[in-house]
Design a protein around this ligand. Structure first.
Ligand SMILES: [Zn+2]
Length: 340
């Protein structure tokens, strides 16, 4: 089979690799129906995470079970399944607490930008849909593997509740789905920070009540002005840069909650600031435990309550994966869906 492999900065190739095989009795092999490029794939793509050897790419996936190992009980060949970007046993203490991305036996999904994928710990990782989905539903189901679950976790970690004022920092796919999540959770006011007209439009479709285009000091001043000088109850940080993290801290009210899901790169926090300038802020973040949310989010998509697949504004055949990365790198596309 041919798969996506990153060789170095901005060097994605589509090349031959062996088909995956069952290695452990807890593995499953799935035939990928749809996969995509993640915002976090852009960090190594841009050379911000070093690439020491050619690396198969992709960790977002959904598809049909082809084969299962002898110990797999909860999924069977022919079922359509979705799984998280980290596999988990779903039984250890961290999984039981709902933090499957901290599973004691976690492994990162290797190389999902491919026609077939081996998923370790299949019983703990994969969740089947009620039936085989229609083709229209594929993009939305695919988002549940990472980006939608991550937006949902950002909102959950930021304690979004009915009546609250929410600010979303970041207008990438995760930020936009953070807006959608906040809307589902009943937020009263959802302020999306974005300068990009296409992204502002989608944020509004997903439930944003206000758009703020200012950043840094001006952005902070604008949010303060909109909240009577108080700051927001819930802030979703969906970027991971020093600027976006500081933005998020500075607009969260004392006693408010900040959910951070952008993978931090070069972020430095000052202890005195944490204690004084950002006093009393509840912080909660990390790799989203999307496995916890999968059953509920599958129901919401299946029943037509949410349509997170709208974040895909570019669909390409898998063999054009390099263009999929370029389009996202140059911000010509919000998110690229790839069809094997
Ligand atoms: Zn576990």
């Amino acid at each position: 089979m041919k798969v996506s492999v990153l060789y170095g900065p901005r060097d994605v190739r589509f090349e031959e690799r062996d088909d995956p095989k069952i290695i452990k009795p807890t593995d499953a092999i799935i035939k990928i129906s749809a996969t995509c490029v993640c915002g976090s794939d852009l960090w190594p793509y841009r050379g911000l995470n070093p690439i020491t050897q050619p690396t198969p790419m992709g960790h977002e996936y959904c598809g049909v079970v082809e084969e299962v190992g002898s110990d797999v009980r909860s999924v069977k060949p022919g079922q359509f399944v979705i799984g998280s970007f980290f596999v988990s046993d779903n039984t250890c203490p961290h999984c039981q607490a709902g933090y499957q991305t901290s599973c004691q036996n976690r492994e990162l999904i290797p190389g999902a930008q491919a026609p077939y994928l081996r998923v370790p710990l299949a019983d703990g990782t994969l969740v089947p849909t009620p039936e085989l989905p229609s083709k229209d539903m594929l993009p939305s189901l695919l988002t549940l593997s990472d980006v939608m679950g991550t937006g949902w976790f950002a909102a959950d970690a930021a304690n979004v509740k009915p009546g609250k004022t929410v600010v979303v920092v970041g207008d990438g796919a995760v930020g936009l789905l953070g807006v959608l999540s906040a809307k589902q959770m009943g937020a009263h006011r959802i302020i999306a920070m974005s300068r990009n007209p296409a992204r502002q439009k989608l944020a509004k479709e997903f439930g944003a009540t206000d758009i703020v285009t200012e950043r840094s000091d001006e952005g902070v001043a604008r949010i303060k002005e909109m909240t009577n000088g108080i700051g927001a109850d819930s802030v979703l940080e969906c970027v991971g840069t020093q600027e976006s993290m500081m933005q998020a801290f500075r607009i969260t009210r004392p006693g408010g909650h900040m959910g951070f899901v952008g993978v931090p790169h070069g972020v430095v926090l000052n202890g005195q600031d944490l204690f004084f300038a950002f006093a009393h802020i509840h912080l909660h973040g990390g790799p989203a435990p999307v496995r916890r949310y999968l059953p509920d989010l599958i129901k919401l998509v299946w029943n037509g309550k949410i349509d997170p697949g709208k974040v895909f504004d570019l669909t390409l055949p898998l063999d054009q994966v390099a263009e999929g990365y370029r389009a996202m790198d140059e911000r010509r596309a919000i998110k690229t869906l790839l069809r094997p």
